[in-house]
Design a protein around this ligand. Structure first.
Ligand SMILES: Nc1ncnc2c1ncn2[C@@H]1O[C@H](COP(=O)(O)OP(=O)(O)OP(=O)(O)O)[C@@H](O)[C@H]1O
Length: 201
């Protein structure tokens, strides 16, 4: 049974929210773009990053997470949170590092939700330079630029080494105002259903 406490307090129009999914390697600039996009958009968009959710556990537990079980549980929690928020009517800006083996999971989890899939690109040298300058993480993240973009299908692609956050935010805002007739997620699902391998199509 659905349980909507908010509805008990007063009428809440039913709608499915939009999901802006920013996909890129660590330090490609996803969080920076997400915050600029919130500034750019007139309507309220909810932003939550995986790092914010990770902060729910104390640092000592992450140091002991050698098998990565805690990380995988938090990642699943993050993705289900995004799904729940959109199904409850929130427009959401989210961040992802989608390696090829994860893509089908994203396509299935967000079925029925309008996703604007944005590729946040940044050349390796610039990502490495940014990683060296970061003080908000205990270890540097490995560069993943090729794997995360291997599917080659987006609604919009940007390069944060040459396009500033405000410019990228304007492009995403324009894409939200004029969404594609067939979204990138629908195209990617179609590739899977036709039995083709999306890596070679
Ligand atoms: N367009 C940009 N130009 C220069 N520096 C940038 C730009 N975008 C982000 N940075 C810097 O790069 C670093 C990482 O940025 P950000 O946190 O936005 O990346 P991210 O993709 O969200 O990383 P992660 O996935 O690790 O959370 C920060 O120090 C940020 O100030």
């Amino acid at each position: 049974m659905d349980f909507h406490l908010g509805s008990l307090l007063g009428p809440v129009p039913e709608r499915v929210g939009r999901l802006v999914l920013l996909n890129g390697t660590p330090s490609s600039g996803k969080t920076t773009v997400a915050k600029a996009l919130q500034e750019e958009l007139a309507e309220p968009f909810f932003h939550c990053s995986l790092d914010e959710l990770r902060g729910g556990y104390q640092g000592r537990h992450w140091l002991q997470d050698h098998g990565g079980v805690l990380f995988r549980r938090v990642l699943d929690g993050y993705l289900h949170l995004l799904r729940s928020l959109t199904l409850l009517g929130h427009d959401v800006i989210s961040e992802a590092v989608i390696t090829p083996q994860m893509l089908d999971h994203y396509l299935a989890l967000f079925e029925g939700i309008p996703v604007l899939f944005v590729g946040i690109r940044c050349p390796l040298e610039e990502v490495e330079r940014r990683e060296r300058g970061r003080t908000d993480r205990m270890t540097s993240a490995p560069p993943l630029d090729e794997p995360v973009h291997a599917h080659g299908c987006y609604d919009l692609e940007v390069d944060t080494s040459v396009q500033g956050p405000a410019e990228v935010a304007e492009l995403i805002s324009a894409a939200l105002a004029n969404p594609p007739v067939v979204s990138a997620f629908e195209q990617l699902r179609g590739r899977g259903r036709s039995g083709g391998d999306w890596r070679t199509n």
